[in-house]
Write a new protein. Structure first.
Length: 158
């Protein structure tokens, strides 16, 4: 079992974790875009990506952004922009999920072309979104004291 101070240390690097999560999501997206995912696995990989991005954004919207808005009122308009981005991205993910539901074990050339268009659009939006989020928030997130309203953890004894 992890020691509470280990958990505390983990949460004090949230900004770095944010960047790492973004890189993993983009790597997954790149695998889909570059053709390294076998045709028979495309649908599952698409749905997995959509689910991962949705979980990531839901976590930000429900946990992290409210804490940042409370502690940094000057960020509220930027956080509202990120929320709008999340809604746009959710729409793209809905379309990608629907498309992946139509893919069979052997997608046609037309299926692959349609998938490529959706993936390229998602990549453009996510890359821009992630860069902006990282530039404005990573340093602030690393400076958060996780014992105050973020994780329920108490500050470790020193």
């Amino acid at each position: 079992m992890a020691h509470p101070s280990d958990e505390y240390a983990r949460f004090t690097a949230y900004g770095h974790q944010l960047i790492a999560v973004h890189h993993r999501l983009l790597d997954h997206l790149d695998d889909l875009r570059d053709g390294s995912v076998p045709d028979r696995e495309l649908a599952v990989h698409c749905r997995t990506l959509c689910s991962a991005v949705t979980r990531h954004h839901t976590g930000e919207d429900e946990t992290v952004f409210p804490v940042l808005a409370a502690r940094h009122p000057e960020l509220r308009s930027f956080l509202a922009e990120l929320d709008r981005d999340h809604q746009i991205i959710a729409g793209l993910l809905t379309r990608l999920t629907a498309l992946s539901g139509r893919l069979g074990a052997a997608p046609t050339e037309a299926d692959r072309a349609e998938l490529r268009i959706e993936l390229d659009g998602l990549a453009a939006v996510l890359e821009t979104h992630f860069i902006g989020e990282e530039k404005r928030l990573a340093g602030l997130l690393d400076a958060l004291d996780p014992s105050v309203g973020l994780t329920g953890l108490d500050e470790p004894e020193r």
